[in-house]
Design a protein around this ligand. Structure first.
Ligand code: C5P
Length: 208
C-alpha cells in the first residue's frame, strides 16, 4: 500500500502549520514543517556572519544541516523569516533539501506543509490543500503570535514583511509559491483555527 501524503501549501502566516499538525494527529501520520528546514539553513548562514543571498554559502549550510538544527528556539522571528525566504530562492539549497523531504514522506506517509509540496516535492500527493487568508488577517495573526511569545512587534511592519516575503516567494524562478493545478483552495480569512481545521479535514476525507 502506498503511504498517504498530504500536501499543505500557502503563503506566510496563513495558519498552515497548525492545520497540518492537527490533520497529521487525527490521521495518524507523521508531520513535517518544511519551512523549518529553510529557516534552519538561513539561521546557519546568519550565524556565520554571511549574507543569506550568497548562494555558495547557503548551499554549504543546507548540505551541512543536522536534525538538531531544527530544534533551535530562534527559528521564528522577523530575521529568520527573511533569511529563510532568501536561501529558499537559491536552487542549490532547494535541491539539497529535496531528498530529506521525500524520504520523510515516503517512509510512512506524512502531512507536509510548505510552499512547493504539491507542485515539486510530492506532485502525486493524495490530497493537496492550498491554504490562504487575506494579507490583513495573516498580519493580524502573526502579530498576535509574536506578541504572545513576548517578541516586540509593530503591526504595520509585520504586515509589510509578510507582503515582502509573499512577493519574494511567489516571484522566484525555482519552485515559486503557487497552488498546484489539482490543489483544493481553502480561504481561512473568516475562520478561526477550529473552523479551518474542520473545513480542511472535510476536504481531506472527501478525497481519501
Ligand atoms: O512556512 P514558513 O513561513 O516557516 O517558511 C519560511 C520560508 O521558507 C518561506 O517564506 C519560504 O521562502 C521558504 N519555504 C519554501 N518552501 C517550502 C517551505 C518554506 O520555499 N516548502
Amino acid at each position: 500500500l502506498k503511504p498517504i501524503v498530504i500536501a499543505v501549501d500557502g503563503p506566510a502566516a496563513a495558519g498552515k502549520g497548525t492545520l497540518a499538525r492537527r490533520l497529521a494527529t487525527v490521521l495518524g501520520l507523521p508531520y513535517l514543517d518544511t519551512g523549518l528546514l529553510y529557516r534552519a539553513v538561513g539561521r546557519r548562514v546568519l550565524d556565520a556572519g554571511a549574507d543569506p543571498r550568497d548562494a555558495a554559502h547557503a548551499e554549504a549550510a543546507a548540505r551541512a544541516l543536522q536534525p538538531a538544527d531544527l530544534d533551535r528556539a530562534d527559528l521564528r522571528g522577523p530575521m529568520a523569516d527573511m533569511a529563510a525566504s532568501a536561501v529558499a530562492a537559491i536552487p542549490a539549497v532547494r535541491a539539497a533539501l529535496l531528498d530529506f523531504q521525500r524520504d520523510f514522506g515516503r517512509a510512512h506517509g506524512a502531512v507536509l506543509d510548505g510552499r512547493d509540496i504539491g507542485t515539486v516535492v510530492f506532485p502525486d500527493a493524495a490530497v493537496k490543500l492550498f491554504v490562504t487568508a487575506s494579507v490583513a488577517e495573516r498580519a493580524r495573526r502573526r502579530f498576535l503570535e509574536l506578541t504572545a511569545r513576548g517578541v516586540a512587534a509593530d503591526a504595520a511592519q509585520v504586515e509589510s514583511e509578510i507582503r515582502d516575503r509573499d512577493a519574494q516567494d511567489a516571484n522566484r524562478p525555482v519552485a515559486p509559491l503557487r497552488p498546484a493545478q489539482d490543489a483544493l483552495a481553502l480561504d481561512t480569512s473568516a475562520m478561526d483555527a477550529d473552523a479551518a481545521f474542520a473545513a480542511a479535514l472535510a476536504l481531506v476525507r472527501e478525497r481519501l
